[in-house]
Every structure is written in structure tokens, then in C-alpha cells.
Write a protein that binds this ligand. Structure first.
Ligand code: P1T
Length: 381
């Protein structure tokens, strides 16, 4: 079946008891058993819940995978995946990635004896140079947050295989509608389903997805043992979100392209990061591994005073100043002081994340309205 059909049907069928079309919200912590070891597939909702199972099956199908473990947030999923490693292991990660991912790696996992190197992964030579004898995981985020660089998934996952390391792709920005990392060689895909998958800024949820039986078994064990599971209602919301993922992504991509083109042509704008531009340094890879270029745009103003960038984020009327992304409504934010403030300034600057960068999550409103809104804000600086 193709994506749109899977998005609506995978993992779901009318409820056998009532015929309800929508998967019921099984709001229960526990399940009655006929004998101590006999139950109808579920015994306790941390270990499993039917609404969660429907979502897990749906997300697995969208990524072309056999298994998905859902978590109570994207960070919960990332936490579980890193727990596949053990003390002494080394991880190579991109240097342009969500601030919370950097924070959990450095501030949480380094205490347990893991080590991390952060490099510009859009150049494969950097990845080769960063590999060590104890490298056990390569962490890829593409498109990157917030600079929208593109990492060549096929080449990096090939390198990981050569040294017996796991390759993980954070597919939050692209979604499985635009990019299927497992088909390009990745072992695991993680998502902040809080973003495009949920799509309506009303749920925090994460997922780890794989085709590998042994990895899946370990992930389910960590999911049950560490317990960062999403509630049934949150699973229901995410499941409702995936039904329109393909439709929303089409409009996100269209609108982001129009907004990026407008910004690039504006005399007050210095630089626009958008992988759909032929001038983007990784355009060819983006074209090859993604079916479209996504809904995220970031840019700097010619006025390179940080206060001008911060001011701009307060002047838009349709774009709301807020963290997060991927919802139907457009958001604007200042990564240096918001989503990426947990990165030390020198680390941020080294990766190219300037104090003046502004990030847009372009929603599915009317593109002309979005452009007028940005125009009035930029011109009143
Ligand atoms: O917020 P949570 O659902 O826990 O997901 C964390 C996460 C993981 N990966 C990527 C690429 C992300 O962008 C995020 C969360 N990002 C934001 C909140 C943000 O505004 O960038």
C-alpha cells in the first residue's frame, strides 16, 4: 500500500466490539486476567496498551519498518536509543542538532561513561576522521535543526556498517513522507512526534523505529523498564495526526518554498537556509534522499545586531513566537536564546549557529498572508 493509504489505515481497524471507526482511547492502567499468566494480550499499560499499539503499528508502517516503540516525548525516544549503548562507547553526532539532544548527550550520558564528538556531518570526510575504535553509534539529524543542512544518509550509514556501529537518524524535520532513512541503510529512526506527526501542537510524543529484531527487542525492554511511555489519549492524538500527514506536508513544503523565496529576495535579509534552493550546499543530496524540502526555513538579517533578530520575532502577527515546530500554525523563534540555548555559545558559533539566526516553522495557512506578515515585520525593524 502507498503512503496515503497507510497513513489512514495502518495499525487500525474498526473496533470489534462496537464498530467504532476511530481507535478507542483505552484509558486504563491495567487489564483483567483470567489466571495469573493468562491475559488477552495486555496486562499493564506501561508494558502495552491497545491505543499505543495502533499508533506504533501505524508509525512503523509509515517508515517501512517492522517495529516501533512509542515514548512520552522525542527526548524519551532518544534516551531509550542511547541506552542501547554501554559505558565506554563513543558516539559521533552532527554538530548542528536540536539543543535538547546535545544536552542529554553531554549532561546526562557523559556521566555514565559514554563519550560524544560533534562534527559537521554534511562533509563525509569529517565523519571518517571522527571514528574511533570504540565508536558504537553514529547519530544523524537531517535536515539539521536549525541550520537545515543535509546529511547524506546512505554514505554515513555505510560507514557505520563498516565499523559495526549503529546508525540512527532523527527524522523529525523530514517525516517519513519526505524521507525514509531505513531504506537508505539506517538501523533506527527516531521522531519527535510532537512535531509534524502530531501536527497540531497539542501533544508531546516520541518514537523509535527499526526493522532489526534484536534492536526492537532491546528497545521494547527499555521502554517497559524505564517507563517513558505515552498515555492512551496522547497516542490517539498522534494517530489522528498521521491521518493527514501527507496532506499537511505537501502544503508545508509549498508554503516554505514560497516564504524562502520571498526572504531570499528581500533587501534586508542576509542569508536564507532552505534545502530546496539550488544554491544550498547540500541541494543535490536533499534532492536525492528527500521527495520535497520540508517546512522549515531559517535566516539572518543584514542588520547583524542580535537585538534586531530578537525584535523581529515579536513583530509578526500570524507567525507566533514559540518553541517547537511542525504544527499547522506558523511559528517563529530565536534559536540562540530559545531552542538551542543549552548549547554553550562557543559550540553554537563553531557549528555556524549565529546569535542573529531566526527560525521559522512554516504552517499551512495561506502563503500570501504569511509573506505579508513577514514583510511588515521585516520592514518595521
Ligand atoms: O520535544 P520532544 O518531543 O521531546 O522532541 C525533542 C526533539 C528531538 N529531535 C528534534 C529534531 C527536535 O527538534 C526535538 C524538539 N525540538 C524543539 C522543541 C524545537 O523547537 O526545535
Amino acid at each position: 500500500m502507498k503512503f496515503a493509504t497507510l497513513a489512514i489505515h495502518a495499525g487500525q481497524k474498526p473496533d470489534s466490539a462496537t464498530g467504532a471507526i476511530m481507535t478507542p482511547i483505552y484509558q486504563t492502567s491495567t487489564f483483567a486476567q483470567s489466571e495469573p499468566t493468562v491475559h488477552k494480550g495486555y496486562d499493564y499499560s506501561r508494558a502495552g496498551n491497545p491505543t499505543r499499539t495502533a499508533l506504533e503499528k501505524n508509525l512503523a508502517a509509515l517508515e517501512g519498518a517492522k517495529y516501533c516503540a512509542a515514548f512520552s516525548s522525542g527526548m524519551g525516544a532518544i534516551d531509550a536509543v542511547v541506552k542501547l549503548l554501554k559505558s565506554g562507547d563513543h558516539v559521533v553526532a552532527g554538530n548542528d542538532l536540536y539543543g535538547g539532544t546535545y544536552r542529554i548527550f553531554v549532561k546526562v550520558f557523559e556521566q555514565f561513561g559514554l563519550s560524544f564528538d560533534f562534527i559537521d556531518m554534511s562533509n563525509i570526510e569529517n565523519v571518517k576522521e571522527a571514528l574511533k575504535s570504540n565508536t558504537k553509534m553514529i547519530w544523524i539529524e537531517t535536515p539539521t535543526n536549525p541550520l537545515l543542512r543535509i546529511v547524506d544518509i546512505e554514505s554515513v550509514t555505510k560507514l557505520a556498517k563498516q565499523i559495526g556501529a549503529l546508525s540512527v537518524v532523527d527524522n523529525t524535520f523530514a517525516t517519513p513522507y519526505l524521507q525514509r532513512p531505513l531504506a537508505l541503510g539506517a538501523d533506527i529512526v527516531v521522531h519527535s512526534a510532537t512535531k509534524y506527526i502530531g501536527g497540531h501542537s497539542d501533544v508531546i510524543l516520541g518514537a523509535a523505529i527499526t526493522n532489526d529484531d534484536a534492536i526492537a527487542e532491546k528497545l521494547y525492554f527499555i521502554q517497559k523498564s524505564s517507563g517513558a511511555v505515552p498515555g492512551p489519549f496522547d497516542c490517539f492524538l498522534a494517530l489522528r495526526g498521521t491521518k493527514t500527514l501527507h496532506l499537511r506536508m505537501q502544503r508545508h513544503c509549498e508554503n516554505a518554498t514560497a516564504v524562502a523565496e520571498f526572504l531570499a529576495a528581500h533587501p534586508k535579509v542576509k542569508h536564507v537556509n532552505f534545502p530546496g534552493f539550488k544554491t544550498h550546499p547540500n541541494y543535490e543530496i536533499a534532492k536525492r534522499q528527500m521527495s520535497d524540502f520540508g517546512g522549515m526555513v531559517s535566516f539572518t538579517l543584514k542588520n547583524d545586531d542580535m537585538s534586531a533578530a530578537k525584535k523581529l520575532t515579536t513583530l509578526t502577527k500570524i507567525f507566533t513566537l514559540a518553541e517547537s515546530l511542525g504544527g499547522v500554525e506558523s511559528l517563529i523563534e530565536h534559536p540562540a536564546s530559545m531552542t538551542h540555548s543549552s548549547l554553550p555559545r562557543e559550540v553554537r558559533l563553531q557549528s555556524g549557529l549565529e546569535d542573529t539566526l531566526i527560525r521559522l516553522s512554516v504552517g499551512v495557512e495561506d502563503a500570501d498572508d504569511l509573506i505579508s506578515d513577514l514583510k511588515q515585520a521585516i520592514e518595521s525593524i
